[in-house]
Design a protein around this ligand. Structure first.
Ligand code: SAH
Ligand code: SF4
Length: 345
């Protein structure tokens, strides 16, 4: 009988036991893993080293993965966005961005939760609040389905959800990504709004990823409006947690700053941000706001974004402006939703 769990929800021992129950031999579990992960073959029917009988039993009793691809969109630069739906109807998006340089492998942007409870008013992902956490295998499946679109060189956990609020599942999924897909610690970036207590605890484990902290403002009062779930947590505490991360792991922190036209993109903001970050070894990614429907914010003017950047650089900081890819397919930062938009239906 089907247990309702998919192959990748099981750990190695559980998978071996389950395959034995279904009439196979324990090592067949390793064959299936290797077919799916190393050969990017996601169809039991194509796993010719398994007997026909076992293949047909697996097909009915033990789905390889649980997500269903319900929509796919593509932009002119080759970025593809998958809308994945799980058996309970919950859906997330995963974005595959090929490198601009040939033969380099793609970057995969994955989601960590269905929806988000943090409530940033400029972000589409959190508009409906949190629906539920993803399980470790649902996070890992995004890599399986993502690499089916082309080999992966990097990953960013910058899709839907706040990774530190679903950390155990994320940690387990990333461990499999590191050891089995082979994307190393320096090639995976987890972006978070930066809960300091959690960050300090996680830093002690020296987990296999780079850290990006979404800051968005040099002012506590403004940040509380832009990142509502963090109201009451002073920016200085978040920066100290970032310093502690660097001291403990030896990996520099990236600070992300969404540039909202007329809100946080003035030169004065840039100067105050520079003062906050002075004497810290960190990179600042400036992300011009990608408009989402029914929103109060405006895209920054290109010269305002450039001026902001130049002010930071003049103050000795390392900064880049990231005009987003994937915007045509609503696949850019902050445009990811948990429901199919009308053009996908
Ligand atoms: N919850 C995490 C990770 C997902 S969001 C976080 O907030 O860091 C990934 C990045 O996209 C964050 O830096 C976020 O601020 C940014 N983002 C959200 N909405 C955006 C929008 N409309 N335009 C540009 N960037 C946006
Ligand atoms: Fe959640 Fe990140 Fe969106 Fe804020 S920006 S609502 S933390 S996904």
């Amino acid at each position: 009988m089907s247990t309702g769990r998919s192959f990748f929800a099981l750990d190695r021992d559980e998978a071996r036991a389950r395959i034995t129950e279904l009439g196979g031999r324990p090592f067949h579990a390793d064959v299936i893993r290797s077919e799916a992960i190393d050969r990017r073959n996601l169809d039991y029917a194509e796993m010719s080293s398994l007997s026909r009988e076992l293949r047909s039993r697996l097909a009915t009793e033990l789905p390889l993965y649980s997500a269903e691809e319900v929509a796919r969109s593509r932009t002119s630069d080759g970025t593809q966005k998958l809308l994945l739906r799980f058996p309970d109807g919950a859906a997330v998006e995963t974005v595959h961005m090929p490198s601009r340089r040939r033969g380099r492998g793609a970057t995969l942007c994955v989601s960590s939760q269905v929806g988000c409870s943090v409530g940033c008013p400029f972000c589409a992902s959190g508009k409906a609040g949190l629906v539920r956490n993803l399980t470790h295998d649902e996070i890992f499946e995004q890599f399986l389905l993502g690499q089916a679109l082309g080999p992966l060189a990097r990953s960013v956990v910058m899709g839907i959800g706040e990774p530190l609020l679903n950390y155990e599942a994320l940690r387990r999924a990333l461990e499999t990504v590191r050891s089995e897909i082979g994307i190393g610690a320096r090639k995976i970036t987890v972006s978070t709004v930066g809960f300091p207590t959690r960050l300090n605890r996680i830093a002690r484990e020296n987990p296999p990823f780079q850290l990006a902290i979404s800051l968005h403002s040099p002012d506590d009062e403004q940040r509380a409006r832009l990142v509502p779930a963090m109201a009451g947590i002073p920016i200085e505490e978040i920066l100290s947690a970032g310093d502690n991360w660097f001291a403990t792991t030896g990996r520099e922190v990236t600070y992300e700053y969404v540039l909202l036209g007329g809100e946080n993109d003035s030169e004065d903001h840039a100067e105050r941000l520079a003062r906050r970050l002075q004497n810290r070894r960190a990179t600042i990614n400036l992300i011009p706001y990608n408009p989402i429907p029914d929103d109060e914010f405006a895209r920054p003017a290109a010269d305002a974004a450039n001026r902001f950047h130049d002010t930071l650089v003049q103050k000795g900081l390392v900064a880049t402006v990231r005009w987003s890819r994937g915007a045509e397919a609503d696949a850019a930062c902050g445009q990811l939703r948990i429901q199919a938009s009308p053009q996908h239906r």
